[in-house]
Ligand binder design. Structure first.
Ligand SMILES: Cc1cc2nc3c(=O)[nH]c(=O)nc-3n(C[C@H](O)[C@H](O)[C@H](O)COP(=O)(O)OP(=O)(O)OC[C@H]3O[C@@H](n4cnc5c(N)ncnc54)[C@H](O)[C@@H]3O)c2cc1C
Length: 492
């Protein structure tokens, strides 16, 4: 059987691989998109940000894909694509808990990302969104293969894929392959690219699923008499973070009232998860330690995925190289740090945009650009690692955790508010030397505060950080007068 020729083979049809394929096909390339699963299928990584929405809008405009524009804001999404599941995300909500202690209302941080529901960010129900973007790819002429079993072969001048799809033998070849398979890293593995996960500071495990009947935080606060009047937005219409002694929990509420929930274990108090114990038992033990969580989950049930709670022993991974002469990996395949700070969607979209501009160049001009793409991506993932690791190191202090979070907000808001083309900048100021130096100093100060552990040391750290972030503090972060309630941080 002779192989069918393509310009590019994309492995993995999550929203990243599908979007890349759609743009390339729309731009005139012959693209094959192959996935080992079939849409719609469960996927995690659901919380968008202003930077993600801005980048998606830019891509939609640059490459004439207007069908994607409604997904860049909650208002237009609900009007034009009510059938695609999503949730309202007005910002980031954090609640600090102590084991066996009723939440008292003092440990709260709410950071607005959007100023209205209409212009708001969203939680993406990934099974729906990925299926939609996959459909867009098909519409623009991408040849798609779902539930394919195949072998990838490296040839001197490209790639050959042999396999079976829908009971038919398939054989495809292309000069260039994109690895968008996430943790499977099909191209990375076939090339034997070395891994450098051991260099990462963050070390966290995850247990997650989608639940129904999770009581909203707002109702729990009302039940225990905690005043919500100061909240700059309804606290559940957000990426909710419950900050615990051993890690944290995310809660992302969709409009059908199901909630994506994940428990991250990674603080100093976290013990390795005993995999001989039933996951449900580990989950329940953790919930039972915190009165508000107990309350929220008293009648909750798992609705997705069918196989129940999912477990990832260590979620971090990082490759040493993210692109070469005939291949490239998308950001979520090159590495992943942690769900904290919701960096995955925005980073993937930035990576898609960068890769498209390289793949639309003449092949002989690509080599240096691909090297830069790889270096930049890995540098950015290392930065995200620093921004995340400090939060875990700060635990169990909610004060130190919240202060360290401000470094992420300083990076992202200074990017969002810059006049220049945000999507052309390095992600989260990764190539800003002064910002990186400041981070090193901040981490040293954090170590001192953690080692000391006193209230005075925590206050001192906060004051120091306030000075350190000043050059990037364009939205009034760490303003003692707001008492942790930030409304003026909204980007849209
Ligand atoms: C626990 C967790 C929580 C997260 N939370 C967030 C968040 O809140 N916000 C955020 O922005 N990001 C988050 N992320 C990151 C986010 O999931 C990724 O950035 C995003 O999914 C990347 O999209 P993608 O399309 O590149 O890859 P993926 O979504 O990983 O898609 C990979 C695709 O490859 C397919 N595939 C797998 N193996 C093969 C194979 N052998 N051959 C062909 N196809 C294959 C899969 O079926 C899938 O369709 C989270 C990640 C994790 C692990």
């Amino acid at each position: 059987m002779s192989a069918v020729d393509y310009d590019v083979i994309v492995l993995g049809s999550g929203f990243g691989g599908s979007l890349l394929s759609a743009i390339l096909a729309k731009s005139g390339l012959a693209v094959a998109l192959i996935d080992s699963a079939r849409h719609p299928r469960f996927a995690i990584g659901e919380s968008s940000t202003p930077l993600a929405d801005y980048t998606l809008a830019m891509i939609a405009n640059e490459y004439d894909l207007p069908e994607l524009l409604p997904l860049t804001k909650y208002g237009s999404w609900k009007r034009e694509h009510a059938e695609i599941g999503c949730g309202l995300k007005r910002g980031f909500s954090y609640f600090g808990h102590r084991p066996e202690t009723e939440f008292g209302g003092e440990s709260q941080l709410l950071v607005a990302a959007s100023s209205s529901d209409e212009s708001s960010d969203t939680h993406w129900l990934r099974s729906d969104v990925d299926a939609f973007v996959f459909g867009v790819a098909k519409t623009h002429g991408v040849t798609t293969f779902e539930e394919a079993t195949y072998q990838l072969h490296r040839k001197p001048d490209g790639w050959l894929v042999d396999g079976i799809c829908d009971d038919n033998a398939i054989s495809l070849q292309a000069r260039f392959a994109v690895d968008a398979t996430g943790s499977a890293g099909v191209v990375l593995k076939s090339l034997g690219i070395a891994d450098q996960t051991q260099l990462l500071n963050t070390n966290s495990a995850a247990i997650f699923a989608h639940f129904a009947n999770v009581k909203p935080v707002a109702e729990c606060l009302d039940d225990i008499g905690v005043d919500r009047q100061r909240h700059p937005f309804p606290c559940d219409a957000a990426a909710v973070h419950h900050v615990l002694d051993s890690g944290w929990m995310w809660q992302l509420r969709f409009d059908d009232d199901t909630v994506s929930v994940g428990m991250m274990f990674g603080g100093r108090g976290a013990r390795p998860i005993d995999t001989s114990v039933d996951l449900q038992v580990v989950w329940q033990q953790q919930i039972d330690r915190f009165p508000m969580l107990r309350h929220q989950f008293s009648v909750a049930t798992i609705v997705r995925p069918k196989k129940g709670l999912q477990f990832a022993k260590r979620v971090q991974r990082l490759t040493t190289t993210a692109a070469g002469e005939y291949w490239a990996a998308l950001p979520g395949t090159a590495g992943f740090i942690d769900p904290l700070h919701s960096t995955g969607i925005a980073h993937t979209l930035l990576g898609v945009r960068r890769l498209v501009s390289i793949l639309l160049m003449a092949p002989m001009n690509r080599e240096r650009q691909l090297q830069q793409y790889s270096d930049q991506l890995i540098n950015e993932l290392r930065l995200v690692d620093e921004l995340v690791a400090g939060c875990y190191a700060a635990l169990p202090s909610f004060q130190l955790w919240s202060a360290w979070c401000m470094l992420y907000f300083a990076a992202v808001t200074s990017m969002e508010q810059a006049d220049s083309n945000t999507a052309n900048q390095s992600f989260l100021r990764a190539d800003d030397v002064l910002f990186r130096e400041m981070l090193i100093e901040a981490r040293a100060e954090l170590r001192l505060a953690v080692a000391d552990g006193s209230a005075v040391a925590c206050d001192r750290f906060e004051q120091r950080l306030r000075c350190l972030i000043q050059p990037w503090n364009v939205v009034g972060l760490m303003n003692a007068e707001c008492g942790g309630m930030y409304s003026h941080t909204a980007a849209n």
